[in-house]
Ligand binder design. Structure first.
Ligand code: T46
Length: 139
């Protein structure tokens, strides 16, 4: 399993009525979810992200439409195209992320391991590379 990020396949409970996916700690979510948020209505040609987190782990799930998430661990970059509600992209701490190519109808749900804390963000790429080089999570 690559450290840069990986896709978690969620089991779909389907019957004649349609589909249902359950997200549950330790079964298919490897951290306790302390926050969820969702990104939608992203304007054409707008990209988001461009930061890393010191401690936060997240899973991104594209509930509708599609987008690309580029992950970068300071050594290699990998692009993930998200377009299926039964797939989640696990994003570990100390991973630079950029979100591109949002479709007009994209709804991107994020499960986060911690509550919002601006101090956990690393918003400068050179500082991110220094954190990776140090293995340090402090400023
Ligand atoms: C991430 C990617 C995938 C809050 O007040 N609470 C929140 O929980 C979040 C996520 C954001 N905010 C505020 C902070 C900014 O004033 O909402 C505004 C937009 O946030 P930001 O510019 O950080 O959004 P993105 O789309 O660039 O990044 C977000 C998350 O912030 C980030 O953790 O990994 O989505």
């Amino acid at each position: 399993m690559s450290s840069i990020g990986h896709i978690i396949e969620f089991e779909t409970m389907g019957d004649e009525r349609g589909s249902l996916i359950s997200l549950e700690w330790e079964r298919n979510v490897p951290f306790v979810v302390n926050r969820t948020y969702y990104i939608f209505g992203t304007k054409p040609d707008v990209s988001r992200g461009f930061h890393a987190h010191k401690e936060l782990e997240q899973i991104a799930i594209c509930l509708a439409g599609s987008c690309d998430i580029l992950l970068d661990d300071g050594f290699q970059k990998k692009n993930f195209h998200l377009s299926k509600p039964d797939q989640g992209l696990y994003i570990n701490k100390l991973i630079w992320r950029e979100m591109h190519n949002f479709s007009h109808n994209c709804i991107l749900l994020i499960l986060a391991s911690k509550v919002y804390d601006e101090a956990d963000y690393i918003r400068q790429y050179d500082l991110f590379l220094r954190h990776v080089a140090d293995g340090s999570h402090d400023d």
